[in-house]
Design a protein around this ligand. Structure first.
Ligand code: LLP
Length: 430
């Protein structure tokens, strides 16, 4: 049976397997809620970019905000990836995982002086600068350290990525990047500052993008600028097209990474920029469909099926042990994420709202899902490898989930479940 997402996830008979491992067994062995990732799925997703880019100057920088577990970073570092970071904390993780700082690009609208110094010290490949104020400050910090900071300006191309407003970033109305109309002047300013070295141009137009056209529009807008900036004598080495490629959560059909890369290379060639180094910052498309969140059914409240009033307003609630603190995407973006039983039961089942124990009505993982379930069953929320654990919180003083990585025959616990005592270890009684 085909499931949305990964070829490494399959149903054999009644049982759901990831890389051949029975998910129900992993849930019982490590407890729930539990994130389980396929290392092979991550490697394959990365290789899809690499293969399409072979023979071209390029660097694929994994946008680690999507999933920053050290073992995930280690997997990509070993495969030859660079990293897109947005904080000093992420840089520390890259170094702890054995990543190469000279393959790191530092994005983000609000870099602090301390973060700039940390990144200069580590020797990152470039700073994706998002404002004129940041440019001045970075120049000061670099001069104080006797360095030149490599910079790429993140330009806001003002194109509509056609995605959810919270994850669309390339429009004028968004806080990200330097306005296209100001970019040339900002490049001239950057080139005049002794603590800076212009190395590239960058954009990132949004996330969960399912069309090729917005990427081509953004690239055209960037290349217009490259030509204008080089015409005034400022060379631009690389073009960074950001991340944002969507994945299949339900029935979306985003372009494959290979098609995205081919489309962009074709446009670069057509405009005579074929020799330029191309950078990508994919997050979700490298890890999203490599992971699932396992959760146990605690209680069933069949409020619709057993609604005595018969007014049709009742709902059936399937209460599970994972909540919005473990996986916030449904609550935060109204996101659909497929939910599958780890072992399918016979029979027609019913329609359930799958909800967590957190004290908020917004705490739901799926609505109106047809499922045959009983308390004690383990469900898998699919496509949970990206922006799942990375966005998890301790709301309701719930310890964050454990994480497991399967890799062929091997099963690795890559993050222990948080201990209750650690949740308030930093707090003090008065
Ligand atoms: N580069 C920059 C500068 C970014 O801001 C992002 C994501 C990426 C790369 C990676 O984008 P991706 O390939 O993963 O789409 N929490 C949201 C997604 C937020 C994306 C933020 N920026 C979600 O769960 O849908």
């Amino acid at each position: 049976m085909t499931l949305p997402g990964s070829p490494f996830l399959a149903r054999r008979g009644a049982a759901l397997e990831l890389e051949g491992h029975l998910l129900a067994d992993l849930g019982r062995r490590f407890g729930t809620p539990l994130f389980v990732y396929s290392r092979q799925a991550m490697r394959a997703a990365f290789q899809a970019y690499e293969q399409a880019l072979s023979g071209r100057a390029h660097l694929v920088c994994y946008a680690m905000k999507a999933n920053s577990n050290l073992a995930v970073l280690q997997t990509f570092a070993r495969a030859g990836a660079g990293f897109d970071i947005v904080s000093g904390g992420e840089l520390a993780r890259v170094l702890a995982a054995g990543g190469d700082p000279s393959r790191v690009v530092f994005s983000g609208v609000g870099k602090t002086r301390a973060e700039m110094r940390q990144a200069l010290q580590a020797g990152v490949r470039c700073f994706n600068v998002e404002s004129e104020g940041e440019l001045e400050r970075l120049n000061e910090e670099a001069l104080a350290m006797g360095r030149r900071a490599p910079v790429s300006l993140r330009v806001n191309p003002d194109v509509d990525a056609g995605t959810h407003p919270y994850i669309s970033t390339g429009l004028k109305a968004n806080k990200f990047g330097i306005a296209h109309g100001r970019a040339l002047a900002t490049y001239q300013r950057a080139a005049s500052l002794p603590g800076l070295q212009v190395v590239g141009i960058d954009c990132h137009i949004g996330s969960q993008i399912t069309q090729l056209a917005p990427y081509l529009d953004a690239l055209d807008r960037l290349l217009d600028l490259v030509e204008a900036v080089e015409a005034v004598g400022i060379p631009i080495h690389h073009v960074d097209v950001g991340g944002g490629l969507g994945i299949t959560y339900a029935d979306e059909q985003p372009p494959q990474a290979s098609a995205l890369v081919a489309g962009l290379l074709e446009r670069l060639d057509a405009r005579g920029h074929g020799q330029r180094e191309l950078l990508f910052e994919p997050g979700r498309s490298l890890v999203g469909n490599a992971g699932v969140l396992l959760t146990e059914v605690l209680y069933l409240k069949p409020g619709r099926d057993e609604d005595a009033a018969g007014d049709g307003l009742g709902k059936n609630f399937c209460i599970v042990d994972a909540a919005m603190n473990d996986l916030v995407r449904p609550a935060m973006y109204d996101a659909f994420m497929a939910i599958e039983p780890c072992v399918r039961r016979a029979g027609p089942g019913s329609t359930w709202d799958v909800v967590g124990p957190v004290c908020e009505s917004g705490d739901w993982l799926g609505r109106d899902r047809p499922l045959a379930v009983q308390p004690g069953d383990i469900l898998a929320v699919l496509s949970a490898g990206a922006y799942g654990m990375a966005m998890a919180s301790n709301y309701n003083t719930r310890p964050r989930a454990a994480e497991v990585m399967v890799d062929g025959a091997q099963v690795h616990l890559i993050r222990e479940r948080e201990a209750l005592s650690s949740l308030f270890a930093q707090e003090r009684l008065i």
